[in-house]
Design a protein around this ligand. Structure first.
Ligand SMILES: Nc1ncnc2c1ncn2[C@@H]1O[C@H](COP(=O)(O)OP(=O)(O)OP(=O)(O)O)[C@@H](O)[C@H]1O
Length: 257
């Protein structure tokens, strides 16, 4: 399912954040959003998820204008992996992930629902944590529970806000490989915020760099990940080489400018 953002402007009451954003993500595309802290990446995801309203401009999911869809219709189209879990510390992992299935539940759907939930727990590698209470989990375990919650929604669009935060290097790779596999198996459209440029370059087929409220660059990793991006967007002097094994660009960071 496609995501289309047209001439989007957004301001919080205290500050403008996004200006004239145009972005079309085709069905099945894997797009990484990159940019410095505070440049508006999470805000853009929240706008696409319908959690914030644009100051002006339009957002379309699969051709339907977001404002014309009910919350349940939006929840059937897209799942969001947020930067934090809902504030319900006494809930177990299973209870939380079951909530991801609510938009799909009809009166007789409970048996099938439990299959989808078990699959999501399994895919996110948290089946062994199913009966644990959320506030007893480590940061990395919580992160994978957040992924299970998003996967359980079984939507055509997956929005991920820093899915590798708090994870050790093996789990970072596992999560990104899982997202890539989900995209291949289920044809998901993926838009993810990633801070690690090498991960963005290796896993996404397209990178959108935000800078000062605008799209600074948008294209395949080889075109976007350049020494100019490092210097002009991130304020870092660096070189970009090609990873011989994966063929993707890799950044060698030299110094903060
Ligand atoms: N509720 C809010 N009210 C006012 N300003 C906000 C609010 N939420 C975010 N901002 C500001 O809007 C800007 C964009 O924030 P956003 O969280 O989208 O950035 P980000 O690119 O995701 O950052 P990070 O990489 O640090 O997660 C920041 O300057 C932030 O301080």
């Amino acid at each position: 399912m496609s995501v289309k953002v047209e001439d989007l402007h957004f301001s919080y009451p205290t500050r403008p954040v996004l200006t004239r954003i145009d972005l079309t993500v085709e069905p099945g595309e894997f797009v990484a959003l990159v940019g410095v802290n505070g440049c508006g990446k999470s805000t853009l995801l929240r706008l696409i998820a319908g959690l914030l309203r644009p100051s002006s401009g339009r957002i379309l999911l699969g051709g339907a204008e977001l404002t014309s869809l009910s919350r349940r219709q939006v929840a059937r189209r897209l799942a969001v992996l947020h930067q934090s879990l809902p504030p319900v510390p006494a809930m177990t992992v299973r209870q939380l992930v079951r909530q991801g299935r609510y938009p799909h539940q009809g009166p007789f759907g409970l048996l099938r629902e439990s299959d989808s939930m078990d699959e999501a727990l399994e895919l996110a590698g948290v089946a062994h944590l199913a009966d644990r209470v959320l506030d007893t989990l480590s940061g990395g375990e919580r992160q994978r529970v957040r992924l299970a919650l998003a996967v359980a929604q079984n939507t055509r669009i997956l929005l991920l806000d820093e899915p590798t935060a708090h994870l050790d290097i093996r789990h970072q790779l596992e999560v990104l490989e899982l997202v890539r596999a989900l995209r291949e198996i289920r044809g998901l459209t993926v838009v993810t915020v990633l801070h690690e440029l090498d991960h963005a370059a290796r896993f996404a087929e397209r990178i959108v760099a935000l800078h000062e409220g605008r799209v600074w660059a948008d294209g395949p990793p080889k075109h976007v990940i350049t020494p100019e991006l490092l210097a002009d967007v991130f304020g870092v002097a660096g070189r970009v080489v090609t990873d011989e094994l994966h063929g993707s660009p890799r950044c060698l960071l030299d110094a903060a400018l």
